[in-house]
Design a protein around this ligand. Structure first.
Ligand SMILES: [Zn+2]
Length: 159
């Protein structure tokens, strides 16, 4: 039995739901924040952190029971973990597998770092929209003030 097999055994299989694999090591909690999973749902979430992976060295895995996240939600995972892979599980079998890929636009989940930006006005907040200028490592540009948000500033928002 390889080291990798042993790590896999620690995580129980789920009957139905979503498995996010190949998450950059120690970033699983950031991914939960990106997906906006409320605290009440954490009982359905299994997290394995910093386990060995043949493909990417070290990785995290998230298993989310009884919830099939859609591609739009899941592609936002690429902001933090561009190599993540998604498995949608039904009756213990993966029915769909794919790699995340950043969409061309990101809405709402990021904040503009320019305090004078219209999206940060207290009285009439506008939903932030960002254009992806580079997907790996990710860099986005604010639709309203054109401020560039770099990878490290993106990560800070999910710490
Ligand atoms: Zn802005």
């Amino acid at each position: 039995m390889t080291e990798n097999d042993k790590s896999e055994l620690k995580i129980k299989a789920i009957e139905n739901g979503t498995v996010i694999d190949h998450i950059t090591a120690n970033k699983a909690l950031y991914i939960l924040k990106i997906l906006g999973l409320p605290d009440g749902e954490t009982k359905n979430v299994t997290i394995a952190m910093n386990i060995s992976s043949n493909e990417i060295g070290r990785k995290d895995i998230l298993k989310i029971e009884n919830r099939e996240l859609d591609a739009e939600e899941l592609n936002q995972v690429a902001l933090i973990s561009p190599k993540a892979t998604i498995n949608i599980i039904r009756n213990y079998e993966p029915i769909k597998k794919y790699k995340v890929g950043l969409p061309s636009q990101i809405k709402s989940i990021l904040k503009c770092t320019n305090s004078k930006c219209i999206t940060n006005y207290e009285n009439e907040p506008i939903t932030p929209i960002f254009h992806v200028v580079q997907s790996y490592p990710p860099i986005v540009r604010c639709h309203y003030c054109e401020k560039l948000i770099r990878t490290e500033d993106i990560e800070k928002q999910f710490e």
